[in-house]
Design a protein around this ligand. Structure first.
Ligand code: SAH
Ligand code: SF4
Ligand code: F3S
Length: 438
């Protein structure tokens, strides 16, 4: 059999997609972790910020010289950058043999054949219905404990800065029965945790035979499969995180007490320019409800610094909102203008680079402090931790995550990967809890 090497950039959806791709090609290719061995290299790309694309462009230049030495090697580009740039890259990057967008992976065998015959090979058609729901992903990237299940594709929100609706197409939800089948398979394979994935999971909605399944319904169905299977989800849009969902999180011990609720900015004026369709007050009301109904819940977020027209006052509002919520963790980015988005066509990218960097650094410094404070509150308490493996720092230590999605490290004792253990937290840094099994 020929050998396939896949490299994945971008979000968890891309990781899940790469596993679908591995499954689609499984009858022709076996996976290798050694790129030097590969007959085919697939690069699954991200287009969300310019630096993500620059990394891939650098990689393609590197592969160009490789291919001079190994002319039989084939290289294909997948994912969001493929979709955004379409055939342009076939002309710009001589290393590339073919291109497939996120909804075109079923055609990969034909694209490979065409490219091998020297023809121009690409498929960047977006679909309104493709969910790959009949394809059981080949879980090569997983650790055997925690797996991803993609429950929907696309996004209809068109936030002003964001390229995802253009690269992933229209929002569509997957048949819940196929999601449950995948979760059962993971359970049977010894997995202890699933993360249900979508760009905006709260708008999951599947209708068949007059019956509607909402995201809260789906979470409940997955939670009921087994108390031994933890359930997580990502990502939620604040505009439609429902009370029903918050109550499902509270009700089931195996639904993790962790919500990633990207706020992006702290002022209503900025949120309006971003087209996020909620105000600062509405966001804080959702946070207050979460804290009231699920007091032990930890909350994480995404923040963009230096978006179009950002005033010092708006930046300060982001910092004050961060303090008010007390996020346990955050992904923080500098605004990167993306072609064709509402912001690119209607606003100026007018915040100077140095100011973007300064604001981003202030946001990161504050989050560092908030993460530390959040972790310090856990010291002295006992948490159930799902063991994911041996710590990178020491072979005598295991690591895993709490329900709140915090990483804990502790001496091994008799525990092993895949076990649930009770860990008393003894100390912490901003990034890690340190403890012992009790
Ligand atoms: N669907 C998810 C986010 C997907 S993109 C959601 O809406 O929550 C992940 C994050 O990248 C976003 O939350 C945002 O913070 C960031 N992001 C998206 N476009 C960006 C851009 N043009 N510049 C900088 N950051 C961006
Ligand atoms: Fe992008 Fe907004 Fe959709 Fe998230 S919800 S993927 S930020 S358009
Ligand atoms: Fe990137 Fe596409 Fe995900 S743009 S963040 S890989 S949906």
């Amino acid at each position: 059999m020929k050998k396939l090497f896949i490299e994945t950039y971008g979000c968890q959806m891309n990781v899940a997609d790469s596993e679908v791709v591995a499954s689609i090609l499984a009858s022709q290719y076996e996976l290798t972790t050694q790129e030097d061995d590969a007959d085919l290299i697939l690069i699954n790309t991200c287009a969300v910020r310019d630096n993500a694309e620059q990394r891939v462009r650098a990689r393609l230049r590197e592969l160009e010289s490789w291919k001079r030495r190994r002319p039989a090697l084939m290289v294909g580009l997948l994912g969001c950058m493929a979709e955004r740039l379409k055939t342009q890259l076939l002309h710009d990057a001589p290393a590339l043999d073919f291109i497939a967008g996120p909804d075109a992976y079923r055609t990969l065998p034909e694209l490979i054949e065409k490219a091998a015959a020297g023809e121009e090979a690409y498929d960047v058609t977006l679909s309104k219905s493709e969910t790959y729901d009949d394809i059981m992903p080949l879980r090569y990237a997983a650790n055997g404990v925690s797996g991803f299940i993609s429950i929907m594709r696309g996004c209809d929100n068109f936030c002003a800065y964001c390229v995802v609706p253009f690269t992933r197409g229209r929002e569509r939800s997957r048949n819940p029965q196929t999601i449950l089948a995948e979760a059962r398979q993971l359970l049977a394979d010894g997995y202890k945790e699933v993360t249900l994935l979508g760009q905006n999971v709260n708008s999951y909605r599947y209708e068949a035979d007059g019956r509607v399944t909402t995201f809260a319904d789906l979470m409940e169905m997955v939670a009921l499969l087994s108390p031994q299977l933890r359930v997580r989800f990502a990502t939620s849009h604040p505009k439609d995180i429902s009370d029903e969902l918050i109550h499902v999180i509270a009700k089931y011990p195996n639904v993790c007490k962790f919500i990633h609720l990207p706020v992006q900015a702290g002022s209503t004026s900025m949120l309006q320019r971003m087209r996020r369709v909620y105000t600062r007050e509405q966001y804080l009301e959702r946070i207050a409800t979460i804290k009231r109904v699920v007091p032990e819940c930890s909350i994480a977020t995404d923040i963009i610094a230096g978006f179009s027209g950002e005033t010092e006052e708006e930046h300060q509002a982001t910092l004050s909102l961060m303090r008010e919520v007390g996020y346990a963790a955050a992904y923080m980015f500098k605004y990167s203008v993306r072609d064709n988005t509402y912001a690119a066509t209607h606003y100026q990218d007018d915040i100077p680079e140095e100011l973007k960097i300064k604001r981003l650094e202030e946001i990161i410094a504050l989050q560092q402090q908030l993460s530390l404070e959040s972790n310090q509150q856990d010291v002295g308490k006992v948490f159930e931790v799902l063991v994911e493996g041996t710590s990178k720092r020491s072979a005598d230590q295991l690591f895993g995550r709490t329900s709140q999605n915090k990483v804990a490290v502790f001496p091994k004792k008799d525990a092993k990967k895949g076990d649930y253990v009770q860990v008393r937290i003894l100390s912490c840094t901003a990034a890690t809890l340190m403890g012992e099994i009790v």
